[in-house]
Design a protein around this ligand. Structure first.
Ligand code: CA
Length: 235
């Protein structure tokens, strides 16, 4: 049995805090909490948790600034918990370095799935394991070494741009990737690219990838925010 993962919850609403604490403990996580940003930041520094769950609306500091402060010294996964439904704030949080977000009210199983995905990212990125050389989901296989993508064992041809998009999304499978971060990864940070070109490429990818592009199975659109690719079954 692996040692229990240490989680830190920064949330100012006691009811929600209690609910999440109970849920996490019953799922075998160790968890500490802070009711404001200052306490949260000092606990983050002293405990070095495996993951932080962060409410964006805190009494003493904007959650976006909390993310930036943590990112100035640590790469540990941060999942934003927010009552805010505005897409702009979710994008802001992701671009500031959050790994994922979950909107209140949320279900227990959704929260647990997001935590597992975020923890897996650090486990595979820590260098203790060899990097994944393939992605598998359903009948789709991406072989990063051979640069080959197959569906049901048949090679499917993608343009270089499409391959770059697929590689980036699949290597971040389970996480939402914002339009901007995808564009700057594929076309470079100074590229004069935009969402329209990305959408055209995504439409082409889906036509090759999905049985029914209108009801995607592999790559999901998070409207106004970005894309999320289905989890890698190899992990
Ligand atoms: Ca709050």
């Amino acid at each position: 049995m692996n040692p229990k993962k240490q989680l830190l919850l920064i949330e100012d609403e006691r009811n929600i805090c209690n609910f999440i604490m109970t849920t996490l403990k019953s799922n075998d996580y160790k968890v500490s909490y802070a009711l404001n940003a200052q306490t949260g930041l000092s606990l983050a520094a002293s405990q070095c948790p495996d993951l932080i769950l962060l409410d964006l609306g805190l009494p003493d500091m904007d959650g976006i600034d909390v993310i930036k402060k943590i990112r100035s010294w640590s790469n540990l996964p941060i999942i934003v918990i927010s009552a805010r439904t505005q897409e702009k704030e979710k994008v802001e949080a992701l671009d500031a370095g959050a790994d994922d977000y979950i909107t209140k009210p949320f279900g227990t199983s959704e929260l647990m799935a997001r935590i597992r995905t975020a923890l897996r990212r650090t486990a595979s990125g820590s260098g203790s394991q060899s990097p994944q050389n393939r992605y598998t989901a359903g009948s789709l296989v991406i072989d990063y070494e051979k640069h080959i993508i197959t569906i049901d064992g048949e090679i499917v041809h993608f343009t270089q741009i499409e391959y770059k998009i697929l590689t980036f999304l699949s290597q971040n499978a389970g996480r939402v990737i914002t339009y901007d971060s995808l564009i700057s990864h594929v076309w470079g940070p100074f590229a004069d690219s935009n969402n329209r070109i990305l959408r055209v490429n995504m439409a082409n990818i889906r036509r090759k990838l999905e049985n029914n592009p209108a009801d995607p199975h592999y790559i999901f659109t998070e409207i106004g925010i970005g894309y999320r690719m289905i989890d890698n079954e190899n992990q």
